[in-house]
Write a protein that binds this ligand. Structure first.
Ligand code: NDP
Length: 297
């Protein structure tokens, strides 16, 4: 008889975090007489971006975080985008700046992100904040990797000494989660599109912890999974029938029951990403009000 894999409830962990954040915001706001405020910048007309922004605005509203969205046309010049960011940097009422990616191809995300004051960089993508992760003393951490670390912590999965395979090496997910896992004393291997498939499979077969962040539906197969592995699926892939699935073959993995635990898509990592954007906003607010933050991982 096969045993059952534990389905990790990212939504519940995210809701618990949001509940704590709401209380924290009320405490700080009573002291300083104002609420945290978020500025969102959307350039162009990307429909997926509009949906993501709507989720973020809704979460902010639930927690009592004010938010203003700046809609810029797709033909915005880099200089104009940079100038808006500079204005938001200088605005004392704005605590966090969220530049929704991707930008239209005519604009450089690297140049735009560099303009953001690192203390208001709630996506944690400014090189200063990414660099702090490498020192082992991070401040504003990219939201998805931050969410994954909280999920592991919430289920008492300590990465210390575990063999972890991270598939994907983006600045948004793969690289920062690999670095956070190294900081947490895991032994980390990173795989990407130029890795040999045989090496990738071999690495997954040996991994106690697999993080898949590639955007390839059901890429990671059930027969690659080691007994008792923990599987974290970051991927979001929409099939032709409208169904959302991850980068790991969830159904086959659950049926096989070899994994100790697995995240579903949706309802796994996604809600944690939005919750950690709120956490970073509260952290930025606290630092701007008091010069320090009491929020830890
Ligand atoms: P990117 O496109 O920026 O990066 C994808 C990475 O996957 C790259 O490093 C790429 O390698 C690697 N890759 C692609 N195909 C393969 C393959 N066949 N084998 C091995 N590696 C491969 O994506 P993101 O990191 O931004 O996002 C990854 C996925 O996670 C997407 O589905 C995205 O929608 C989802 N996502 C979900 C979030 C959530 O909240 N749940 C948040 C952010 C993203 P190379 O570098 O060589 O090109």
């Amino acid at each position: 008889m096969t045993k059952e894999s534990l389905i990790l409830d990212g939504k519940k962990v995210a809701n618990d975090l949001k509940h704590c954040l709401k209380n924290k915001i009320n405490q700080i706001s009573q002291k300083v007489g104002k609420r945290p405020k978020l500025a969102v910048i959307l350039v162009g007309d990307n429909n997926a971006s509009k949906v993501y922004i709507a989720h973020k605005e809704k979460a902010a509203k639930e927690l009592g975080i004010e938010s203003d969205t700046h809609y810029l046309p797709a033909n915005t010049k880099q200089e104009d985008l940079n100038n808006l960011i500079k204005i938001l940097n200088e605005d004392e009422n704005i605590n966090g700046i969220l530049l929704q990616l991707p930008l239209p191809a005519t604009l450089s995300p690297d140049i735009a992100i560099l303009q953001i004051n690192p203390l208001k960089d709630i996506d944690g993508l400014h090189p200063f904040n990414l660099g702090l992760i490498m020192t082992g003393k991070p401040n504003l951490i990219p939201c998805t990797p931050f969410g994954i670390m909280r999920l592991l912590q919430a289920y008492h999965f300590n990465p210390k000494g575990l063999k972890a395979t991270v598939i994907g090496r983006s600045r948004l997910v793969g690289k920062p989660i690999a670095e956070l896992l190294i900081n947490a004393s895991a032994t980390v291997t990173i795989m990407h599109s130029k890795s040999r498939l045989a090496d990738l499979i071999e690495s997954v077969k040996q991994a106690d912890l697999v993080i898949a962040a590639i955007g390839q539906p059901a890429f990671v197969k059930a027969d690659w999974i080691k007994e008792n592995a923990i599987l974290i699926d970051v991927g979001i892939n929409r099939l032709e029938n409208g169904k959302l699935i991850g980068d790991i073959d969830f159904e086959a993995c659950v049926n096989e029951g070899k994994a100790k635990a697995i995240t579903p898509v949706p309802g796994g990592v996604g809600p944690l990403t939005v919750a950690h954007l709120m956490l970073n906003t509260v952290k930025a607010f606290e630092i701007q009000c008091f010069g320090y933050s009491s929020i830890e991982l």
